[in-house]
Design a protein around this ligand. Structure first.
Ligand SMILES: Cc1cc2nc3c(=O)[nH]c(=O)nc-3n(C[C@H](O)[C@H](O)[C@H](O)COP(=O)(O)OP(=O)(O)OC[C@H]3O[C@@H](n4cnc5c(N)ncnc54)[C@H](O)[C@@H]3O)c2cc1C
Length: 459
């Protein structure tokens, strides 16, 4: 029986464990924080739970436009959030999700050892004094928040997102440093919860890695709802004054707030693991170098998830982990294909995307046609008063095969599946255009976008 030892119980690790157990291997997972990993306990699951409350309170605040009368003290909608209750729910839900995942893994016969593991050599994993022999090792140790020496998080007023769920009161004036996906999600979430938010962005626009039109729509929504967005400037330092924080910017300005949330990237958890000693190559940033079937430079040692830096998403971590096990245990396996990964920024509205981008088209990397259909013409969007957003489809110039798409709108994370299926299955705009969508529905904009990309057949 093949002995598989997995270091790290996040999506990269536990999904791999499930596959390896299904294929009949003897599987041990070593994890120091809890099955589900940072994904379930501190990062993805808690943030999306918090955002669920934020979105709900935004809907309530805006419901007067739909004719709903909410008793108010001073004429303004009186929506307040009890952050203690919110955070208690967030932590309870994260723990329950971790427990459910652990139960599932144990049910499949996987051994779980709590503790910190390291490689002694490519076929021996140490946990304290215990030595575990392994035919196959999977490293899935994740990553942790990057810290700036001049803005060290103290957990009190200078925070990483992992501190947020210990707050018992809503930050009155929150400064978010970093306008990538994580920064944008939290800035928007706290805005929805009722904080006054300033977002510090080193780039010209927020979310520089996302579709430019989508980022523009979202920045417009942020500003309209009162967020201050400071572009093209960096936070040089952050000081806890005892009663608040002062952020000094690279252009000399200072910004004062009650709390500062640092979202300036991730560092892989690859130090002191014995990786380099075992011949596992890391890149300059400390990420494990892997190929598309998750092999490292050391035979028998695989890696998956955030510690590889390939694409820091739970879905990608899980797929890398599964691929590693299929490969290691001799199953037929397709290498990881990043061009079909769907992802979502959980702002309100959401921003979901998959496949080729408009930037690919503009730069000439892809020969394609693009259509962008604003949501404000969609009847369902009008009915629900959710008109910020659009559906963008990208199809191959000659064949009409759908290569990518972007959706900005409510529940874009759900709506993108249709576009993902089209990209994965290489469907054409004609095939989507001939597919029934419900009337009225937001997905009607996907079929309409496809119709507008159809071309008359040559005579
Ligand atoms: C705020 C935030 C929100 C996010 N939201 C989303 C989202 O909406 N959708 C999405 O797809 N992705 C999201 N992500 C990304 C997602 O959380 C990660 O991609 C995912 O957690 C990666 O999984 P992983 O298995 O690589 O690592 P992790 O989930 O980090 O798990 C690694 C585990 O390994 C353990 N470990 C580390 N070192 C050792 C050791 N030496 N011995 C034993 N155990 C060890 C850790 O304790 C941890 O339990 C978000 C990330 C952040 C920061």
């Amino acid at each position: 029986m093949t002995k598989v030892v997995i270091i790290g119980g996040g999506p990269g690790g536990y999904e791999a464990a499930l596959v390896a157990a299904q294929l009949g291997a003897d599987v041990t997972v070593v994890d120091r924080d809890g099955i589900g990993g940072a994904c379930v306990l501190t990062d993805c699951v808690p943030s999306k739970t918090l955002i669920a409350t934020s979105v709900r309170s935004t809907y309530v605040r805006e419901s007067a436009r739909l004719g709903i009368e909410i008793p108010t003290a001073d004429g303004r909608p009186d929506v307040t959030v009890d952050l203690r209750t919110v955070n208690e729910r967030v932590k309870r839900l994260a723990q329950a999700q971790s427990d459910d995942t652990a139960a599932r893994v144990l049910k499949e016969g996987v051994e779980v050892i709590p503790g910190e593991a390291r490689l002694v050599d490519p076929s021996i994993v140490a946990v304290g004094d215990q030595r575990i022999r392994a035919d196959v090792v999977l490293v899935a140790t994740g990553a942790h928040p990057r810290e700036l020496p001049s803005a060290r998080p103290d957990g009190e007023r200078i925070l990483t997102w992992r501190h947020l769920y210990d707050l018992t009161e809503l930050p009155e004036r929150l400064i978010v440093v970093g306008s990538g996906v994580t920064g944008a999600e939290f800035a928007n979430a706290y805005q929805g919860l009722g904080s006054e938010v300033t977002l510090v962005s080193s780039r010209e626009r927020v979310m520089p890695t996302q579709d430019a039109d989508a980022a523009e729509v979202l920045e417009g929504v942020f500003r309209r709802l009162g967020m201050t967005v400071l572009g093209k400037t960096r936070a040089e330092s952050v000081t806890n004054t005892g009663s608040g924080v002062v952020v000094t910017l690279s252009d000399g300005r200072t910004v004062e707030g009650s709390h500062c949330l640092m979202t300036v990237g991730m560092i892989p958890n690859t130090a002191n693991l014995g990786l380099e000693e075992a011949g596992v190559r890391l890149d300059k940033g400390g990420f494990v170098q892997v190929d598309r079937v998750s092999r490292t430079s050391t035979p028998g040692v695989y890696a998956a998830g955030d510690c590889t830096g390939v694409n820091m998403l739970a879905s990608v971590a899980a797929m890398q982990g599964r691929i590693a096990m299929w490969h290691a245990l001799g199953e037929a396996v397709s290498p990881l294909k990043l061009s079909t990964v769907a992802s979502t920024v959980f702002t309100h509205p959401e921003l979901a995307s998959v496949g080729a981008t408009e930037e690919d088209v503009r730069s000439g990397r892809v020969d394609a046609r693009v259509v962008n259909l604003p949501l404000d013409t969609n009847p369902r969007a009008k009915m629900t008063n959710s008109k910020d957003g659009f559906v963008k489809l990208i199809c191959r110039q000659q064949t009409g095969i759908i290569m990518g798409g972007v959706i900005v709108g409510p529940r874009a994370s759900e709506l993108i599946l249709g576009v993902s299926v089209a990209v994965q299955q290489r469907l054409t705009v004609d095939e989507i255009a001939h597919t029934f969508s419900v009337y009225p529905s937001l997905s009607g904009s996907v079929t309409e976008a496809a119709r507008s990309l159809m071309q008359a057949s040559p005579e």
